[in-house]
Each structure stands twice: as C-alpha cells, then as structure tokens.
Design a protein around this ligand. Structure first.
Ligand SMILES: CC(C)(COP(=O)(O)OP(=O)(O)OC[C@H]1O[C@@H](n2cnc3c(N)ncnc32)[C@H](O)[C@@H]1OP(=O)(O)O)[C@@H](O)C(=O)NCCC(=O)NCCS
Length: 230
C-alpha cells in the first residue's frame, strides 16, 4: 500500500478557456447542481472544483475525465465508481480548493478562509477543551485557533464520511501551530481502535487546511495544480 497522500491545491477563479473545458466534463448531475447556484462566481467555482477533480482522478485511473462516474454514501461523500481503491476528498472555501488523493485508505480534507468568529459560534462548534484554549488565546489569535480546530474536526468528519450537524465534542484535536496536529480523542461511529492521523497545511495566505487519514505512517505531499503538473 502506498502511504503517500497527495493534496492538490488550486485557485477556483480560472480563465474562460479553462471553464469551457471543465464544463464539458461535468456529468448531468453535476451540471444540474451547478445551475442551481445563484451567483455566476459560485457556478464557475463549482465547475473548477469538479473539473480539476475529474482531471486529477482521470490521470490517476487512466480514464478520460468526462467518463468518470461517482457514487455517494448516505451522507453524500462521493467515491469513484469502479476504482474503489482510489480514495479522494474535495474541499473548497471562497477562492481556494483542495483535493486529497490516497490509495486504499479513507481521507478527508478541509480548507477554510480565516475570518472573524463570533464567540457564540466558537462555543457551539468547539469541544469544551478546544473552547477553553480559544478563550485563553485572546482576540488576535482566536480566529486562527478556531479555524485550525474546525478544519481538523471537519477533515475527520469528512474522512469518516459523516454528515451534517455532528456534535462539537465528536473529537478533540490539538490546536497549536507548528506542532504536530493530533487527534486527542477518536470520533464518531468509527471503531475506536482505528488510528487516525492529522496533517496541517496552509493552502494560501489567509487560509488554513487540514487532512485526516485512516492509519499511521502516512506522508502528505502538497502540490499546486496546473494543467501539466500531473
Ligand atoms: C458535508 C460536509 C462535511 C462538507 O463540508 P463543507 O466544509 O461544507 O464543504 P467542503 O468544501 O469542505 O466539502 C464539500 C465537498 O466534500 C464532499 N462531500 C460531500 N459530503 C461529504 C461527506 N458526508 N463526507 C465527506 N465529503 C463529503 C463533496 O465532494 C463536496 O463537494 P461538492 O459539494 O462540490 O460536491 C459538511 O457540509 C458537513 O456536513 N459538515 C459537518 C458540520 C458539523 O457538524 N461540524 C461540526 C464540527 S465539530
């Protein structure tokens, strides 16, 4: 088993030429989801996220991007039809997207733009120990602290393929910058003996990102997506 996880980072605002190509690859289902978005920018960003996902997964499977088919678990987590060994997860926030790809073990990825955070939201979203640290770190540091915790928890939830509205105490994560991100308490419906690994990354200035992977001994490789980078 290859324990390397590749995370492709990309900007969601692309040229008209890129969008034409990506749009031509979307399935009927994706095209329907796209037209339901109200703003042109959101439709274009959706096209880019799904186009780049198809481009990367097409290269890895040897299939044409437009022929790939996806199935979703009951909570909406997509996986590749016919290529179950290839695990992937997509995240997008404002102008930045990230796609994590692994061979043979589940992964989850989350990126978020750092923005001011209401104390009441932090109290609702963080576990008691994460929230205590949020209060301790003061107004200047607290948004970064919040999004570090949030992305780590979301990455775990997405790796597990769970859905909306998980309780904030589903897991505790380490919030510190520059130290290895770790899951302090396992999460959710998963077998408690399963070990999870967390990685932290900065996809762009003003954003934070986290990757969760099932198992130990993985390595994360960050790549900037370009049409010829893969
Ligand atoms: C489904 C969910 C995990 C997606 O997270 P998000 O931050 O809104 O969005 P992201 O951009 O990171 O991810 C979206 C992508 O993840 C994938 N996805 C959808 N459902 C998923 C699921 N259940 N698990 C993993 N991945 C999922 C899709 O590729 C989706 O892209 P698309 O909408 O363009 O098709 C999120 O909506 C959710 O339910 N989060 C749980 C909220 C919560 O209770 N958090 C508590 C934290 S303690």
């Amino acid at each position: 088993m290859n324990s390397q996880i590749t995370v492709w980072i990309f900007e969601l605002d692309r040229t008209a030429a890129d969008l034409t190509v990506f749009n031509s690859w979307l399935s009927g289902d994706e095209a329907q989801r796209r037209v339901r978005l109200l703003r042109t920018q959101d439709r274009d960003r959706f096209t880019t996220a799904h186009g780049i996902t198809r481009h990367v997964l097409g290269k890895m499977t040897g299939e044409r991007p437009e022929t790939l088919a996806f199935v979703r678990n009951p909570h909406g987590k997509p996986s590749l039809k016919g290529h179950g060994y290839l695990e992937f997860n997509l995240s997008h926030s404002d102008g930045i997207g990230a796609l994590a790809v692994a061979n043979g073990f589940p992964v989850g990825v989350d990126v978020e733009r750092i923005a001011p955070i209401e104390p009441a939201v932090a109290e609702l979203a963080l576990s008691p120990s994460e929230h205590a640290e949020f209060v301790r770190c003061g107004a200047h540091e607290s948004p970064t602290h919040f999004y570090r915790c949030w992305t780590r928890k979301e990455a775990m939830i997405k790796a597990l393929g769970l859905g909306l509205a998980q309780p904030p105490d589903i897991c505790d994560v380490t919030p510190e910058f520059g130290r290895e991100p770790r899951l302090l308490r396992p999460a959710g419906e998963s077998d408690m003996s399963v070990i999870w690994e967390l990685f932290h990354f900065i996809p762009a200035a003003g954003y934070v990102g986290a990757l969760a992977a099932c198992g130990r001994g993985h390595s994360m490789v960050l790549n900037r997506w370009t049409p010829s980078a893969i």
